[in-house]
Design a protein around this ligand. Structure first.
Ligand code: ARG
Length: 460
């Protein structure tokens, strides 16, 4: 027979393939909780407006709450013939309480209903993600405090550049995540308006109270334009843009962890429980978790492009295209949640191999800039100092010695401005300690920065 929810106009049943092709219940049932929450608020509003009697409202809400529990406990039978989560729940309601159930959809459309559900869903997810980001940021602050004095080579072009402290490096990651956190909050702020009452596209003729439903659902207020709010998916695009940046950051960290755990660097050790072995090579301990996170960046970036492309040609107002927003949104939220969890759990457990980092920093002429700065402080123009140090490095390479290992007389071949005190700046410790200003790598600064981060995190 024809569909019971819109069968009136139809003279034949939906083609079986079309039914399956157009259905979304297999994936949008994930929004069942939000759908019920939205319906409860709508029912209360209908009662307040005198559209439902108190008894009708109560029986609708009680039944919706019973359905909520049945769904949570896996007792709901979802039907593809009923297309999506909204019509499945509405049909179940009517099946259980009879004709009163049919009144729930008064003054509402699936278009404002789905726009509401997905906003509620994304809002919950953002709250979870910001929590995970905070957990990871705390882990990084703790590491920064623990490793404020740990010296490692800092790189540009992946070539040893200048010595930095490991704590300083951790706080660089912290800063990226901090911007990610504020971007998510910003996205949340813009999406937190209620579409309910927009109905299909033009609003509704009933004396509805949009402020009431908005408030019930924790929205900042009703949306300002019905056409816009049933068709807008900007918030999902913003979310995936925020998510893409988070993944880009996690991917960069992952790349570093993969490098640092390799035998060639051997800067850190990941705990065994975050690694896996090889089925053939018994010696292997692979950094699968960071590798997989680096790899999963691709799907999240892909979802951003999917959502942008999905929207780009849609005329106002709602179009069925929008049903395609769910799977990218769900997948990107799952991926972000898993990857942030992995990082927040893993980072507190990493250990540093201080000797190896120190040796690597010593090998790379990392204090060359310090020698140049030393000469400038003795009165030499920087460009001349650059030249002198360049020659000293070339000599060091020839002799297989770092700058700090050259004797005073060897160094003095290149400039007579060099005296005994040069060795204070040629040590790695002296080099990092000298960068003692806001944002610098000196241990003192790292400790101050970490303390500041802690205060900011506690204020969240
Ligand atoms: N399943 C639909 C979606 O995800 C719900 C809204 C359908 N509305 C409509 N008029 N076909 O967008």
């Amino acid at each position: 027979g024809s569909n019971t929810l819109w069968g009136g106009r139809f003279s034949e049943a939906t083609d079986e393939f079309v039914q399956r092709f157009t259905a979304s219940v297999s994936f949008d049932q994930r929004m069942a909780n939000q759908d019920i929450t939205g319906s409860v608020a709508h029912a209360r509003m209908l009662e307040k407006a005198g559209i439902l009697s108190a008894d009708e409202c109560k029986s609708i809400i009680d039944c919706l709450e019973a359905i909520r529990i049945d769904i949570a406990e896996g007792r709901m039978e979802w039907s593809v013939a009923l297309e999506d989560v909204h019509m499945n729940i509405e049909a179940e309601l009517t099946k259980r309480i009879g004709p009163t159930g049919k009144k729930l959809h008064t003054g509402r459309s699936r278009n404002d209903q789905v726009a509401t559900d997905i906003r509620l869903y994304v809002r919950d997810a953002i709250d979870h993600l910001t929590g995970e980001l905070t957990r990871l940021q705390y882990a990084l602050v703790e590491l920064a405090e623990r490793e404020a004095d740990t010296i490692m080579p800092g790189f540009t072009h992946l070539q040893t550049a200048q010595p930095v402290t490991f704590g300083h490096h951790m706080l660089a990651w912290y800063e990226m995540l901090d911007r990610d956190h504020s971007r998510l909050l910003d996205c949340r702020k813009r999406m937190n308006v209620s579409p309910l009452g927009s109905a299909a596209l033009a609003g509704t003729t009933y004396p509805i109270d949009r402020h009431f439903t908005a408030e019930q659902l924790g929205f900042d207020g009703p949306s300002r334009n019905s056409l816009d709010s049933v068709s807008d998916r900007d918030f999902a695009i913003e979310l995936s843009a925020c998510g893409s940046l988070i993944m880009t950051h996690l991917s960069r960290f992952s790349e570093e962890l993969v490098l640092w755990t390799s035998a060639q660097f051997d800067f850190i050790d990941l705990p065994d429980r975050f690694c896996t072995g090889s089925s053939i090579m018994p010696q292997k301990k692979n950094p699968d978790v960071p590798e997989l996170i680096r790899g999963k960046t691709g799907r999240v970036h892909g979802h951003l492009i999917s959502l942008l492309t999905l929207m780009k040609s849609q005329p106002l107002a709602y179009n069925k295209d929008n049903q395609e927003d769910k799977e990218p949104i769900f997948d990107l939220l799952d991926t972000l949640s898993d990857c942030l969890k992995a990082y927040a759990d893993m980072m507190p457990a990493i250990t540093t191999r201080k000797e190896n980092m120190l040796t690597a920093a010593r090998k790379g002429y990392a204090t060359a800039t310090d020698l140049a700065d030393y000469l400038v402080k003795k009165g030499m123009p920087f460009r001349d100092a650059h030249e002198v140090v360049g020659k000293s490095v070339a000599y060091g390479i020839e002799q297989k010695k770092d700058l700090g290992e050259l004797s005073l007389s060897e160094l003095q071949q290149f400039s007579d401005s060099i005296s005994e005190d040069v060795f204070d700046v040629l040590t790695l410790e002296g080099s990092v300690a000298a960068r003692n200003h806001i944002g610098g790598t000196a241990p003192e600064q790292v400790r101050a920065a970490a303390a500041n981060c802690r205060i900011l995190l506690q204020q969240r």
